[in-house]
Design a protein around this ligand. Structure first.
Ligand code: ATP
Ligand code: MG
Length: 199
């Protein structure tokens, strides 16, 4: 064995020991709270990827789409036939168009009822609260209500929260937080959102 091969082997052994220690230390099993936030692209995509992952094992999944419910969404089209998936969408579409605080609040509260029901159902393995961060920001939903519902959920249930500017309290209570960083985005170069890629 050359010097270089020996060095590589030693480094790999060290790495393996480190990973083994970490695997041994991770001895808890329970549902997770994940937050996908930040200004870069990929938050909702990652949420639907995880939905697909859970459905792949036959788990029940609930997706609640705040704000962008009326927008097209390829994953929803593809997965809708799966009897284990329930999707609830906010009725009014997005607020920059409707700009009616009262009806937006009512629509938000209505779809939140579905979220609350899913968060209380031990048969549901994963709940996605897509773009809910904006509901909290606009004051259509109250952080205490959301925090309580997430905290009281069944222990085996996981929850994914997506959206920019996630509330500090959600970040604090989360198990996994990923911030998508905007390095560049095609839209800034004048390229339109692309079907099957962006939605
Ligand atoms: P995606 O749904 O593609 O995973 P996202 O959930 O991270 O994106 P949102 O803020 O929900 O991001 O925006 C959704 C739409 O806006 C998508 O069409 C996405 O491609 C686009 N988008 C996301 N990030 C940016 C950005 N930094 N600049 C411009 N457009 C963006
Ligand atoms: Mg999104």
């Amino acid at each position: 064995m050359t010097d270089r091969q020996q060095r590589h082997q030693r480094a790999m052994q060290k790495l393996k020991a480190h990973v083994d220690d970490k695997v041994a230390a991770a001895d808890q099993q329970r549902g997770l709270l994940l937050v996908f936030t930040g200004n870069g692209k990929g938050k909702t995509t990652a949420a639907w990827g995880t939905v697909t992952r859970a459905l792949g094992y036959g788990y029940r999944v609930g997706v609640v789409q705040f704000i962008k419910g009326l927008w097209e969404c390829g994953e929803r089209e593809r997965l809708a036939a799966d009897a284990n998936l329930e999707v609830s969408i906010m009725a009014t579409g997005f607020t920059w168009e409707t700009q009616n605080r009262e009806s937006d609040t009512a629509a938000c509260q209505a779809v939140w009822q579905d979220a609350a029901r899913l968060l209380a159902d031990p048969e549901v393995y994963l709940v996605v609260l897509d773009e809910i961060t904006y509901m909290l920001k606009f004051g259509y939903l109250d952080i205490d209500t959301v925090r309580q519902a997430i905290a009281d959920r069944p222990p085996e249930q996981s929850v994914i929260v997506t959206g920019r500017n996630a509330h500090r309290e959600l970040i604090e209570m989360a198990d996994t937080v990923s911030e998508m960083q905007d390095v560049k985005h095609a839209f800034d170069a004048g390229i339109q959102a692309r079907r099957g890629i962006d939605y």
